[in-house]
Write a protein that binds this ligand. Sequence first.
Ligand code: P1T
Length: 386
Amino acid sequence: MGEEEQTTSYSFSTRAIHAGQDPEPTTGAVVTPISLSTTFAQDGVGGHKGFEYSRSGNPTRTALETQVASLEEAAHGLAFASGLAAEDNILRLLRPGQRILLGNDAYGGTFRLIAKVWSPLGFPWSAVDLTDLDALRADWPDDVGMVWLETPTNPLLTCFDIEAITAIAHEREAIVVVDNTFATPYLQQPLTLGADIVVHSATKYLGGHSDVVGGFVAVNDNELADRLRFTQNAAGAIPAPFDCYMVLRGVKTLAVRMERHCQNARAIVDLLVGHPAIERVLYPQLPDHPGHAAAAKQMRDFGGMVSFTVAAGQEAAMTVADSSEIFTLAESLGAVESLIEHPGAMTHASAAGSPLEVPDNLVRLSVGIEDAADLVADIEQALDRI
Ligand code: P1T
């Protein structure tokens, strides 16, 4: 697939399987080889064939970077060792004194990186309700360098209007970073809505099988790409070639997996809505969900994550999380198998006492691609144990 086709001519599923993945020219291997060589021979000093040293560039990583950039409609893609390594690389774009405006619901590790690692180095931050655009305009601090948002958020699944927030931020000369981990490029492409940078935990839906940790950054702007690539090489938080291969392989089936995740999530939501044990169901498709209108406008479908609060409180929520049989009690998300967790005690424990603290009666589901009826029966029996 030529460079032009990688971003334009072919549809999403075709690009997922072919972009960056032409048969290997010397052997004809159809599957992208895992290039383990750390160094590449040169025909005379400086006469390399595009690769010199594997931290700076690696053929398997280039294949993955081309593939996912294509799916995000991005001119540039950069792969990292983890989602947090990718985030850290982005935060290095800021100058000391520039503020990070963080949406008031986000992954606990992102909060920890911004509030506990970067803030003490002289990068102020504040949490803001990005569903309230009037307040965002009115209360905009002078020193903002970057707006950082997830949509849907982890774990409350709030959705933010990427286009509207970007317009506000750009008028005030701030960069907008969208963590697209929960939506994936199949459901939402933030760069096409004006965002400057997309970041992923590739550990989740991109990898899709809970067997690789990775991160990804996608951008269109050439200068931003140069700065990010400089730091990717200079700080060196790169993924191993095998890990690149694993993500590349996972992404090939992203479209079919996401369709099934969304279908199965809807079946679970149908069970939860109106169930007497449930206080509130959080799913972007529900008309009363915070940011439903933004989700309906900017997403192809509403995703595979479902959260809910349990009417009987924290202990009952923990009982539910502990009582499922198919849903495995574990952190992480976005893979073929269904997972259940208690964010307050698990993924978001580091946000306790902060503006990003989550309700203690909250349960989060990563709905997998098993049989929908089996998944519904499993959650039903777990709720019966309260
Ligand atoms: O785990 P890592 O690959 O470093 O990615 C961090 C990360 C970034 N962004 C979002 C939206 C995430 O959900 C995560 C990781 N989240 C979990 C491990 C979790 O269970 O929520």
